[in-house]
Design a protein around this ligand. Structure first.
Ligand SMILES: NC(=O)c1ccc[n+]([C@@H]2O[C@H](COP(=O)([O-])OP(=O)(O)OC[C@H]3O[C@@H](n4cnc5c(N)ncnc54)[C@H](O)[C@@H]3O)[C@@H](O)[C@H]2O)c1
Length: 338
């Protein structure tokens, strides 16, 4: 297949592209190299992908008029995986405009381009943050999600709604994912595991929100991209063409559209994650306890019923395996001159 991956220089896009190339697919990466975090890390990820003959790059921004349309016209992909976005919960309090441009305007441009050049399957990255103020655990895809706490979450809920509308109007088979705290090698420098590792190795104290009691359903990146790869081959059927795969199925009654949680359903307290990181680093952190920042949710926990029904498996790499893998990558990557 020919797969266009937006956000291919990002953390998840890099891993997914790598997996798809290794499986023999042709990947067209689309990335605008936003400066939200270290662009050199994004370039390093793309350099590794560029070593494969099955990878090519379009360097452009989604919100640039005509950019993604031109990329689609040239690439003619069978499948689009739309990962490019302004990510990060806290940054949306300081820089809301970036979320409007990349996540709202960018996603609108993307679906217009898919309308012009139809694909077998569009897959869109949403977030567990879409559950917002919900407190019933685990978070089920069939729960109402109408209380986003940040513009980031709101922009992703909008992306779910926008992709649904085009799925309905133009018959585009679409799967929207809600990812739960993804981590692993080549990870994102703004996320807790990366920040903590950097500080602990630098001898600096770490800020631990919610007194360490915050809970996250951590998802190891290899498990995540394996699930995306598996679901690429399961486009949702047209309305009425097939029944739900389980009670938790979110098949739309009016579109070939489905929403799927991507998490393992095994939430861990933040302080237990730090304990695991200390073991992997062989160092003890100085922990400064802080309240939960505005916009952060105290607890995430994915219901995995739908993912299990679709794929027969769910992410299961434990932190005791995933964190040492991250630390080994971090030590190796940052030991080299840049
Ligand atoms: N990592 C997580 O834990 C997590 C959790 C939930 C949802 N997500 C979502 O998954 C997707 C991938 O996340 P990630 O962790 O790999 O983030 P990332 O920031 O590492 O990757 C995003 C990539 O998109 C590119 N990009 C951003 N805005 C763009 C634009 N306007 N035009 C073109 N390219 C643009 C960036 O340059 C970057 O390389 C995002 O949509 C994110 O919101 C991630």
């Amino acid at each position: 297949m020919r797969v266009l991956v937006t956000g291919s220089a990002g953390f998840i896009g890099y891993h997914l592209s790598q997996r798809l190339i290794e499986a023999g697919h042709t990947v067209i990466g689309f990335d605008g190299f936003s400066d939200y975090y270290d662009v050199a890390l994004k370039r390093a990820r793309h350099a590794r992908l560029g070593a494969h003959a099955g990878f090519s790059v379009v360097e452009a921004r989604l919100e640039t008029p005509g950019a993604v349309l031109a990329a689609m016209a040239q690439a003619r992909p069978d499948v689009v995986v739309h990962l490019a976005a302004q990510a990060g919960v806290r940054h949306s309090l300081e820089n809301p405009g970036a979320y409007v441009e990349s996540n709202l305007v960018g996603t609108a441009n993307l679906i217009e381009a898919v309308r012009a050049h139809p694909v077998r399957h569009l897959l869109f990255a949403s977030t567990s943050s879409a559950y917002g103020g919900n407190t019933a655990m685990p978070f089920r895809e069939t729960d109402r999600a109408v209380t986003p706490l940040t513009l980031y979450a709101a922009s992703k809920l909008a992306g779910e709604a926008m992709t649904h509308s085009y799925s309905h109007l133009f018959g585009i088979p679409t799967t929207a994912f809600r990812f739960f705290t993804v981590y692993g090698p080549w990870g994102r420098p703004d996320m807790a595991l990366f920040l903590f590792t950097k500080k602990i190795l630098g001898g600096e104290p770490i800020e631990v929100f919610a007194g360490g009691e915050a809970v996250r359903d951590f998802t190891y990146v290899d498990d995540l991209v394996a699930a995306i790869d598996g679901l690429i081959h399961r486009p949702p059927p047209l309305p009425g063409a097939a029944g739900p795969v389980c009670d938790a199925d979110t098949l739309s009654p009016v579109a070939p559209y489905r929403l799927v949680n991507l998490g393992g359903g095994r939430p861990v307290r933040l302080d237990a994650m730090i304990d695991e990181l200390e073991r992997a680093l062989g160092r003890t952190a100085t922990r400064i306890l802080k309240p939960l920042p505005p916009g952060d949710v105290p607890h995430t926990h994915a219901s995995t019923d739908l993912l299990r029904a679709l794929l027969g498996r769910v992410p299961e790499t434990p932190l005791s395996v995933g964190i040492p893998a991250f630390v080994a990558w971090y030590r190796d990557y940052y030991s080299k001159p840049v």
